[in-house]
Write a protein that binds this ligand. Structure first.
Ligand code: KG4
Ligand code: ZN
Length: 342
């Protein structure tokens, strides 16, 4: 069984190996909409209220009770500390009450592991591009339970965060990614040439697989202000399409380059931004040219959920790794190289 509570989704998943048996989810997203972003205290409170009903839903869905599971895995980081603590406390209570081994696992590794529920076990090294409101990473996965290397990450805003901030500049609702995606379909992606951060010269040498989106966000703000000052008004669809192209171009270019440089022929894409039509288009086009296979789990498994935690937990158990201790802490900045907490 896997429990997830690192951000605004309370998730409980149950798996047997790579077979998905339960995928129960409760989201506090609506409570954050009017603030234009996730409010940590509101998210923690919502986890507290949703935890027991979500556990019960997972038991109902699978016909399995906590007494029947072999182990309990929980996201112990990275994420919002208060939110993480709710899941960690619930998992500890269940583990202690039912005498089950407890595994504190890494949220980022779980985002990759979940693909195995959909497309089967990784039989060799794979690459992963994680893109959501909280993370933007390129990972090299030699073994999902024991060996992950961080190749690059955003040095400022996460990709989804950039979508959300630009949506706000364009007067679109939160969360902005799906709205930018929709509006951009009617726009010209070549209308405005926005900057591609860390893609040239010394920046590229120093940050080969890293990303930067804050300059892009500022460029969109400057463009919008400039057009308004000139009394021209701007075409929202064109700005959205041009911005989206800049993000998706860099994400896919760097992810494919990382795969080629590390002898990887399979790239997993996960996180909420994986829903983006332009990102999928670029990824598929470029991967096909490079002879790389793209694997994207279905959307409900790409965004935060408990099944991904269970999927990783199952791999950890399969390898016979030692359980975490009952005084396992929540670690908001747990590095991706630490897949299971001590
Ligand atoms: O994985 P997720 O549901 O939650 C976490 O952040 O962990 O990702 C949410 C992010 C938001 O920033 C949202 O705007 C973005 O994913 N997003 C998209 C699309 N759908 C969701 N961004 C671009 N295009 C989309 N279609
Ligand atoms: Zn996530």
């Amino acid at each position: 069984m896997g429990i997830e509570s690192s951000c605004d989704e309370t998730g409980v998943g149950i798996v047997r190996g790579t077979e998905l048996l339960a995928h129960a989810l409760s989201s506090s997203m609506e409570q954050h909409v009017r603030f234009g972003g996730v409010v940590p205290e509101v998210a923690s409170r919502a986890h507290l209220e949703a935890m027991v009903p979500t556990l019960e839903e997972a038991y109902r869905e699978s016909g399995i009770r906590v007494q029947d599971v072999d182990a309990i895995a929980v996201t112990c980081g990275p994420g919002l500390t208060g939110a993480l603590l709710v899941g960690v406390a619930a998992a500890k209570a269940l583990a202690l009450a039912h005498d089950k081994p407890l595994y504190g696992v890494n949220h980022l590794a779980a985002h990759v592991a979940v693909d195995q529920l959909e497309h089967g076990r990784f039989d060799r090294r794979v690459g992963a591009l994680l893109v959501s409101g909280g993370h933007t990473e390129i990972l090299l996965v030699d073994d999902i339970a024991t060996d992950i290397t961080l190749l690059g990450q955003s040095i400022d805003d996460a990709a989804g965060e950039a979508f959300d901030k630009v949506a706000r500049l364009l007067g679109l609702p939160y969360p902005g990614g799906p709205h930018v995606d929709r509006v951009a379909r009617g726009g010209d992606p070549t209308a405005v040439r926005f900057p591609r951060g860390l893609t040239g010269g010394r920046d590229l040498d120093k940050h080969r697989y890293d990303f930067s989106f804050s300059g892009l966000k500022s460029a969109v703000a400057r463009h919008v202000q400039h057009e308004q000052r000139m009394g021209r008004g701007f075409v929202v669809a064109d700005v959205a399409a041009s911005f989206q192209d800049a993000v998706c171009d860099v994400l896919t270019r760097k992810a494919i380059a990382a795969c080629l440089a590390h002898d990887v022929d399979t790239l997993i894409i996960g996180g909420g931004v994986a829903a983006n039509a332009r990102l999928r288009h670029f990824a598929e086009e470029r991967a096909a040219k490079a002879g790389i296979e793209i694997r994207v789990p279905r959307m409900g498994l790409c965004t935060d959920n408990g099944a991904m935690v269970a999927a990783l937990g199952a791999e950890v158990v399969r390898r016979g790794l030692p359980p975490s201790s009952l005084d396992l802490p929540a670690d908001s900045s747990l590095p991706v190289t630490q897949i299971v907490a001590a």
